[in-house]
Design a protein around this ligand. Structure first.
Ligand code: HEC
Ligand code: HEC
Length: 238
């Protein structure tokens, strides 16, 4: 009898707790797929991390594992201050002139101050998983040019070279003042073989120190088959 009473009381108490916690708090754990809410800056940072292909070099959620030359970012915000993080993202850490080694690109002319602030909030929050902040999946069995068109977004080429490879992103201190297009007559003339395009994507092209934006090094980051697909896509452009 006593135990049945105890049970009834416990059930009543649980009912009371559930009623009150769901009324009083928005932080209650929610079932997967429902609308858990995130700090807007952290959520924006997660999307920017994917958009600018930080995830392609540093791994999804900065977990590393892509290349031994690229560190994981899971603990960096514990040892590096927000001011230093901004400086690293804006200016890189010195471009490697060694064409076999990836380096941290210079982003200051490409990513806005607001976006860098969001990235830092995301790093400091420990790079949590944010729904839909995931790189687009790579289509297979649809031809190299289709695969390359998605890789062009997934690897963040589009942020620097523009939609359809139109170019025009400002690079004020560089001799050309803009990041070059990957379409048009001049590009086709200079890059008239697959081998030439492949070489520059693999090794990058250091045209000066920060704040100049150079072409990042993608060798060891983007697998060879995907580089071929990117080139197939570039060749379909105007
Ligand atoms: C092309 C590859 C590449 C991309 C893209 C890239 N990084 Fe890096 N990053 C590196 C490499 C390599 C290093 C290691 C330092 C070096 O050798 O330049 C690094 C270093 C860093 C560091 C310092 C880590 C430490 O432990 O000191 C931070 C922070 C960082 N990157 C953030 C970012 C963010 C944020 C983005 C996206 C906006 C990004 N990276 C995009 C390659 C990349
Ligand atoms: C951070 C900005 C940035 C990103 C991201 C970037 N590029 Fe570049 N890219 C440049 C710059 C700057 C140059 C010019 C280098 C030079 O003049 O030597 C360049 C040059 C090139 C060239 C040679 C064109 C020329 O006229 O010099 C090719 C091809 C190219 N990039 C392809 C790509 C591909 C493919 C991706 C994505 C995997 C990519 N780039 C991502 C900045 C970027």
């Amino acid at each position: 009898m006593l135990s049945a009473l105890g049970l009834a009381f416990a059930a009543g108490a649980a009912g009371w707790a559930i009623g009150h916690s769901s009324a009083g708090s928005t932080k209650t754990a929610m079932p997967a797929g429902s609308s858990a809410s995130f700090d807007p800056q952290v959520a924006a940072g997660a999307h920017i991390f994917v958009q600018f292909a930080c995830a392609q070099c540093h791994g999804e959620q900065g977990r590393g594992g892509v290349s031994p030359a690229v560190p994981a970012l899971t603990t960096v915000a514990k040892v590096v201050s927000a001011v230093q993080l901004r400086s690293i993202i804006d200016h890189g850490l010195g471009e490697s002139t060694n064409p076999t080694r990836p380096y941290m690109p210079v982003w200051g002319e490409v990513i806005s101050q607001t976006q860098v602030t969001d990235l830092i909030a995301y790093l400091r929050a420990g790079l949590p998983s944010v729904p839909t902040a995931v790189p687009p999946s790579i289509p297979t069995g649809q031809g190299a040019a289709v695969e390359g068109s998605v890789l062009y977004v997934r690897d963040g080429c589009i942020n620097c070279h523009g939609p359809n490879g139109l170019g025009g992103v400002p690079n004020p201190v560089a001799p050309d003042k803009v990041i070059p297009p990957l379409s048009g007559v001049a590009f086709r003339k200079q890059f008239n073989t697959d081998a030439k395009i492949l070489a520059v994507i693999r090794s990058g092209s250091v045209i000066g120190r920060a704040p100049i934006v150079s072409m990042p090094h993608w060798g060891g980051i983007i697998p060879n088959g995907q580089l071929t697909a990117l080139i197939a896509y570039l060749k379909t452009l105007k």
